[in-house]
Ligand binder design. Structure first.
Ligand code: C2E
Ligand code: CA
Ligand code: CA
Ligand code: CA
Length: 280
């Protein structure tokens, strides 16, 4: 009986690795999800504050785990980054969203922009430019200014040369570049100097308390003034209340994204949402 027990244990161990931890199981499952194209995308609309038209959508990755349910991207994206899986994810997310939006006839009108999150490893190889060109190849026009890449300062600075090379190629085709989570890094201003950036996304941690915290409100006001002086577009992230929206409008913020307006949604939900709102 004792040997049978240890046999059973051995079977279990070889299946999930000698030191079966939750993380290695999750990594194993993530690889399978990528290989079987089980990831999906949702879209969160962004709006112009002046006329409330849709200015774009941010594409967000989703993973419905067969047993564990929804795994947040804050868990599986860093895992993918650590284990060299992010390029496959980025390619899948970009291609899926582009074909879905084109198929549904949402891109250009009524949705004039689609934004993708990218990671440092997306710029690490000499195939990086080719990958992005390939991911966007389905777009019917030579003008790719409907596409935007959202880089964080970390993803931009970890491999500055690689990022510069890719952006040089993509900027020629009109692709827009946004600096995500603006203000949370160590050198947000250097990043602005080093890279061709057209948009800032004010991180939601700054937006959260603008109605109650005068210091945060002044910080946001200062970022908006700086963006204006540098002729950068600004999107405020994580807008959840009317007070926040009013303050942002008063201080000249052009665009907003947040639960107050719309949560991330499936393509199907986006279709009915977009048909119910005035197109830009
Ligand atoms: P992020 O790029 O800063 O995306 C914004 C996050 O804030 C999203 O979380 C979104 O659902 C959430 N959010 C939007 N409006 C509100 C609001 O009003 N209040 C609050 N509290 N949250 C709001 P999500 O989808 O869980 O994504 C988390 C992070 O995972 C993203 O942060 C991004 O860094 C990463 N991520 C998601 N999809 C991808 C992807 O396809 N590729 C890469 N590289 N990273 C991704
Ligand atoms: Ca983002
Ligand atoms: Ca962000
Ligand atoms: Ca973030």
């Amino acid at each position: 009986a004792k040997s049978m027990g240890s046999n059973r244990l051995r079977v279990y161990k070889t299946e999930y690795g000698e030191h079966a931890s939750k993380r290695t199981k999750l990594l194993f499952d993530l690889k399978a999800a990528i290989a079987n194209k089980k990831l999906s995308v949702v879209y969160q609309p962004q709006f112009r504050l002046d006329d409330h038209s849709i200015s774009g959508v941010e594409v967000l990755a989703r993973w419905h785990h067969p047993e564990k349910g929804l795994i947040p991207p804050d868990i599986f994206i860093p895992l993918a980054e650590k284990h060299g899986l992010i390029c496959e994810i980025t390619d899948f997310i970009m291609q899926t969203a582009i074909s879905e939006l084109l198929q549904a006839e949402l891109l250009y009108r009524p949705i004039p922009r689609v934004s993708f999150n990218v990671s440092a490893a997306d710029f690490n190889t000499n195939q990086s430019s080719q990958r992005f060109l390939h991911n966007l190849a389905k777009l019917p026009e030579d003008d790719w200014s409907v596409v935007e890449l959202e880089l964080t300062e970390t993803s931009a600075l970890l491999n500055l040369e690689g990022v510069k090379n890719v952006l040089q190629v993509l900027r020629e085709r009109g692709v827009q570049v946004s600096l995500d989570d603006f203000g949370t890094g160590y050198s947000s201003l250097s990043t602005l100097r080093l890279l061709p950036i057209q948009e800032l996304k004010i991180d939601q941690s700054f937006v959260r308390d603008i109605a109650s915290n005068a210091h945060d409100a002044r910080l946001v006001k200062t970022i908006l003034a700086m963006a204006k002086a540098l002729q950068l577009r600004v999107v405020a992230e994580g807008v959840e209340s009317q007070q926040q929206a009013r303050y942002l409008a008063k201080e000249g913020c052009q665009e907003v994204q947040g639960y107050l307006y719309a949560k991330p949604m499936s393509l199907q939900a986006l279709q009915s949402f977009a048909s119910n709102i005035k197109a830009s």
